[in-house]
Design a protein around this ligand. Structure first.
Ligand code: ATP
Ligand code: MG
Length: 594
């Protein structure tokens, strides 16, 4: 067998799934974020794919396959060629025609459907594929978790009306629940942000895990959402706004942070106003591989790169003790793409708008868009920057001294904040997003012209949903949830092999024959079995079997001649002494139960 293990993982492998998949020889890195799959790893990928396929088919979806090479024209039609930003892996052919390596395939599937569906009689349809996807992630990391090339199942439903979409969505939600359950994951569906995909209504399937990259808030009442999506609950409005004394400038030298100014003036942070300053760029459509102004989610102060022009400056205000949620801010600005907004360069913004680093407040700003968190108008008189070096203003009152261009929920919700559903304090957990389902509505059918005719020959846009599962990320998530200090503990459903037979007395013909007999019996019973007939010490064999995570082991050793072998599930500490026939029966029974 082609099988090589590593004594140690490379230093860039930080999380258990990355470490163990490499050490057990399941995957091998090609370049950053691109992996090759070896014998054992590929078998597990195919197991997961098969589970996905069975449940998708059972839910009425049909598998097709499209090319990952997608013409740029389709992306221009949907408007996403620019919105998607530098994550879109672009290429040109020898004639200079542009293409993208598909990060997802809404355009391609909508194109297929607009060409092939014209009547209500052809609806509903649900089409899916299991295909390599490409995203030029700013920071590929954690092995299969965030890679630049990965396997995704993406599916798209097409219905005549919103009720049909609801039904298709519900079926997919159920199929996803079955898929992740069969893969052995501890997961939960949570309300989610629509991101670059667009549309309304979406849920993510999050595998709970300490190393997850998503923050999820949840509550005993059943509410669960990503922190990007969780609705903030406004503080109750203060009474007596009419009695707030006039605004008053005070000298606050050197107090550039909320903590410093609150301390200096002896007021609680809740009585202050925090300013966050951004620049929004316009993509000039220079095309090609655009230089990225952001590094994946977290904006940083940078200079505009070629191909981008400053569109506007934005000052966002939240209560002093709150944090700002970037996803909510981008939505409040009308859906600014992640790569087109970042923290403003203070000197440049100051010259254009009157902001002053560390002393910016809403009064005195000009030529910039002011966005306020929804609770800010109700907070009464606050301490805010005076737009003057070394000065703040007291009693700054919304409605009297300033107003915002946009008021929206901008709060980052965290542990202990009130649940938007029942008010109890929220708990926080980390998760790995293994799948996401979206109600797209008519966003893509309108943009690309995917219409159907009803009974009366009237044209209507098709209602779409889209449904993704990260197959290779699911594999990593399974390892995150199923491993110990010795390696992986695959659930039987996705294990590369169900069972391993280990003869541990090298050179003993009788032991070898019994082991081979057990192995043959297992194969005959339909068990995916391995026979470790290498001339290795028992310790080496056990170590490898454990690292690989083969769920069931039969050890044939010194008591074999008396008709006794050992049966040991990988997840258990103790082995049981049984007859060879009993061992075969135990394994076969376990495998039947998958
Ligand atoms: P993320 O927020 O983690 O970047 P996403 O929300 O952009 O992911 P979707 O567009 O919802 O991803 O893609 C569907 C699924 O594909 C995700 O739920 C995830 O399981 C998987 N996926 C997305 N990006 C990656 C990646 N870089 N590496 C591996 N799997 C990924
Ligand atoms: Mg997603």
């Amino acid at each position: 067998m082609h099988f090589t293990t590593l004594r140690e993982a490379p230093s860039d492998a930080e999380i258990p799934s990355h470490v163990w998949l490499l050490r057990a020889g399941m995957i091998r890195k090609s370049v950053a974020g691109v992996y090759n799959f070896m014998t054992f790893g590929w078998r597990t990928v195919r197991k997961i794919e098969q589970i996905v396929r069975e449940e998708m088919d059972a839910a009425g979806a049909q598998e097709i396959i499209t090319s990952p090479v997608q013409p740029a024209e389709l992306w221009h039609e949907s408007g996403r060629w620019q919105v998607y930003g530098p994550e879109l892996w672009r290429l040109k052919d020898r004639h200079g025609r542009e293409f993208a390596l598909g990060p997802t395939a809404e355009e391609v599937f909508t194109d297929i459907v607009r060409n092939e569906i014209s009547s209500y009689r052809q609806l509903p349809r649900n089409l899916y594929q299991i295909q390599l996807k490409y995203r030029d992630e700013a920071r590929p990391r954690y092995g299969l978790m965030r890679s630049r090339e990965f396997i995704m199942k993406d599916g798209y439903s097409f219905d005549a009306d919103p009720a049909g979409l609801d039904e298709s969505y519900a079926k997919m939600r159920e199929a996803y629940t079955k898929i992740f359950t069969r893969c052995g994951l501890d997961f939960r569906p949570v309300a989610a942000d629509n991101g670059a995909i667009g549309g309304s209504g979406s849920e993510e399937f999050q595998a709970l895990c300490d190393y997850g990259e998503s923050d999820i808030v949840h509550c005993a009442c059943g509410y669960a959402a990503t922190t990007d999506q969780a609705a903030g609950v406004d503080a109750p409005a203060a009474d007596g706004a009419a009695d707030v004394p006039p605004m008053e400038e005070v000298s606050t030298p050197g107090t550039k942070t909320i903590e410093a100014v609150a301390d200096f003036l002896g007021v609680p942070q809740e009585r202050t106003l925090k300013a966050l300053l951004f620049v929004v760029y316009e993509d000039l459509g220079a095309g090609g591989a655009s230089p990225a102004p952001t590094d994946g989610g977290t904006p940083r102060a940078a200079t505009p790169t070629a191909g981008y022009a400053v569109k506007e400056y934005v000052a966002a205000f939240v209560r002093g003790d709150r944090a700002l949620n970037m996803v909510k801010l981008r939505a409040a600005l009308g859906g600014v793409a992640e790569h087109l907004i970042e923290f403003a360069d203070e000197a440049r913004m100051g010259a254009a708008t009157g902001s002053v680093a560390g002393f910016t407040g809403p009064v005195g700003l000009h030529d910039c868009r002011i966005v306020a968190d929804s609770e800010v108008p109700g907070l009464g008189g606050l301490v805010a920057g005076a737009c003057k070096e070394g000065y703040h203003a007291k009693n700054v009152l919304y409605g009297r001294d300033w107003t915002a261009d946009t008021v929206a929920d901008l709060k980052l919700v965290g542990a202990g904040d009130p649940c938007p559903q029942c008010g109890a304090p929220l708990a926080i957990a980390r998760g790995i997003e293994v799948g996401q389902i979206f109600q797209l509505g008519t966003k893509y059918s309108d943009a690309l012209g995917a219409f159907y005719r009803d009974d009366n020959q009237q044209e209507h846009p098709i209602w779409m949903g889209c449904y993704g599962i990260g197959v290779t990320r699911t594999m990593a998530a399974v390892v995150e949830q199923h491993h110990d200090d010795d390696g992986i503990i695959w659930p039987l459903s996705v294990a590369p092999f169900h069972a391993i037979v280990c003869p541990v007395k090298n050179g003993d013909a009788e032991v070898a024959a019994i082991a081979e007999g057990i192995y043959e019996d297992l194969l005959a019973a339909g068990v995916e079995a391995l026979l470790d007939d290498r001339e290795e010490r028992p310790g080496v064999k056990f170590k490898d079997a454990d690292m690989l995570g083969i769920p069931l082991r039969i050890t044939v050793g010194k008591k074999a001649a008396e008709g006794i072998v050992e049966y040991k599930p990988r997840a258990e500490k103790q082995a049981a002494e049984v007859s060879p026939a009993e061992a075969v029966r135990l394994v076969t029974e376990a495998v039947k139960g998958i």
